[in-house]
Design a protein around this ligand. Sequence first.
Ligand code: SAM
Length: 340
Amino acid sequence: MILERQITEVEKIKITDIFGRTFKTLRVSLTNTCNLACTYCIDPAASNNKTPLPDSALPMGLANKKTALSNEQYIKIIAALNDILEFDTIRLTGGEPLLYKQLVPLVKGIKELGISEIKMTSNATLLAGKAKDLQSAGLTSINISLDAIDPDVSFSINQRAKLQKILDGIDKSIEAGIQVKINCVVMKGMNDHQILSLINYSKERNIIIRFLELMQMGHLYHNFEQLFFSEEEILKTISNHYQLIALPRNPSATANYWTINTDYKFGIISNVSDPFCNDCNRLRLDSYGNIYGCLSDNNPINISDCIDDELQVKERLIQALAQKKTKFSGSELSMLHIGG
Ligand code: SAM
């Protein structure tokens, strides 16, 4: 006779909110340090042209190097969360994830947990020499930040002369068989005139580009309007040259998509004009072992100190879920810290 196992009280706890939202994607920040100093992440007044930025240049006193999680700690936390949430996707980010020395073993370790979609968001400056190893370890896709194709414009945003390294990183990733998408944060008067060149660059390589509306975060929290360039303005710029056809949105997708001339698809992540909070399924883990349920909420919830206790982990996940808003309301924490 087969004995039915008793379902425990802990197992019965469901991580779902009243809107039906849960966590299916985990964004893992591997460091809050970056080797670029993009003006949307870091106040140019705090940037001093050294690479990588010293911790002292980072706001909120978040010095990272000594306190970052080890590879084993990341795997342990990801495994425990995955047992409860059964993630579709893990996205490695930062700061700049390629600065994390144990990146290839970490990707391997995540793959061994049975998670098939392992993605990364990167500035690609250190990618060219590592793309093949990352692909072999199990990395399936990379979103690469490319804010301009003109070297002077790129320098004015990234605050570092690294455009050629980024372009090499893109080409090597495509060669290695990793799916590449480009992310471009559009800022009025800074790179809005780069939109068409970036579309042409991406179209030539048959890779998708997504234009991001600037978010009210970090040092831009109090003065982002002057740089804000809306979805409507992006579409107007493109439609002056191409005929646009809107595509239906996939559930939980960050971007809306259009085709131009029927064969090439691009996206816009309309964080402000058309936010996707209603079906957001993202959970964030920072490099100190804290989780966050929403970009609009700065309050870290520690998870590393209770990771062996399923009941406590579930309670903290419910706290994180309660952070989710129905509309993005901005955050004084830069994306650099919380993981973009
Ligand atoms: N270093 C990596 C990179 O450059 O892609 C990963 C971290 S970065 C913080 C992740 C993403 O956040 C990038 O695509 C960047 O463009 C975006 N981002 C950062 N601050 C932003 C803001 N205020 N508004 C919109 N996007 C932002």
